[in-house]
Every structure is written in structure tokens, then in C-alpha cells.
Design a binder for this molecule. Structure first.
Ligand SMILES: [Zn+2]
Length: 140
């Protein structure tokens, strides 16, 4: 997962090298989420702070819109993730069962108009406002 995610937080793009980080469950284990690569994303922080805590607390609707969190009925393979990008939302990608990101939707995926899907997604500045890097290290 770390290689797929370039050793950076999928949410805010911060490097996880030398930082506390977690492989976060998009669908929580309590809701049937498993350890498959498609269900795991690299994020900064742990249960005490950083992106991990923020995403787990389900306070930011954009986490769901970006595919960082999933509902119990959703299949991680069929819901795309919008990666962090400089200057706005990054690339929208689908996870593969063998642990890669691909830009083409798999068969059976809900039809996603990538442009529409990304409309209104937070800019880099807004993402940093939500999970500022210094707050992450200050909290941990
Ligand atoms: Zn982050």
C-alpha cells in the first residue's frame, strides 16, 4: 500500500516518512471491511490525531465524496478514490485487487462522471485547512 500511495497520505499528500501513519480502512472492519488492498489507504496520523482521526470521525463529507470512506453496502473495488493533488483534487482512480490504482473504471463500477464527481471538491488549501501538517505533528 505504501508503494502504491508513494509513501504519502492519500488525503493531504503529506509524506509519511518519519511520521505516524496508518493503513486506514475505507470500510471499517465493524461494517465488513477487510484487509484487501482496495479497502486500505495510506493516511497520516493515528487514532489520536491527523487525517486518520479526522477520517474515522466521519466529520468531513468530502472524505466520502473522495472515496476515502465507504458505506457498508459499497464494494471498495467499485468506488473510486480521488487522490491528493497540488492545486485542487488529484487524479480519480479505482483500486485493483492486486494493489494498484487505475484510471479506468472496472466493469460493474457505478457510472461516475469524473468531472461531475469532482465538482466542488476541496482545493489543496482547503484540504490543508482540514488536515494541516503541523497540526498532525502537534497532536501526535
Ligand atoms: Zn493527510
Amino acid at each position: 500500500m505504501l508503494e502504491r500511495d508513494s509513501w504519502a497520505c492519500v488525503c493531504c499528500g503529506g509524506s509519511v516518512t518519519g511520521q505516524p501513519y496508518t493503513l486506514q480502512y475505507r470500510k471499517p472492519r465493524s461494517q465488513g471491511g477487510d484487509n484487501s488492498p482496495a479497502n486500505l489507504i495510506t493516511v497520516l496520523g493515528d487514532r489520536y490525531g491527523g487525517c486518520h482521526l479526522r477520517i474515522n470521525s466521519r466529520v468531513d463529507p468530502w472524505d466520502e465524496a473522495r472515496g476515502l470512506t465507504l458505506s457498508p453496502h459499497q464494494d471498495p473495488l467499485l468506488v473510486p478514490v480521488t487522490l491528493f493533488g497540488e492545486g485542487g483534487p488529484g487524479v480519480t482512480v479505482w483500486p485493483t485487487a492486486d494493489g494498484r490504482w487505475v484510471t479506468e473504471a472496472p466493469a460493474g463500477a457505478a457510472r461516475v462522471s469524473v468531472a461531475g464527481y469532482r465538482e466542488g471538491m476541496p482545493s489543496t488549501a482547503q484540504i490543508y485547512k482540514i488536515c494541516p501538517p503541523d497540526l498532525i505533528s502537534a497532536r501526535i
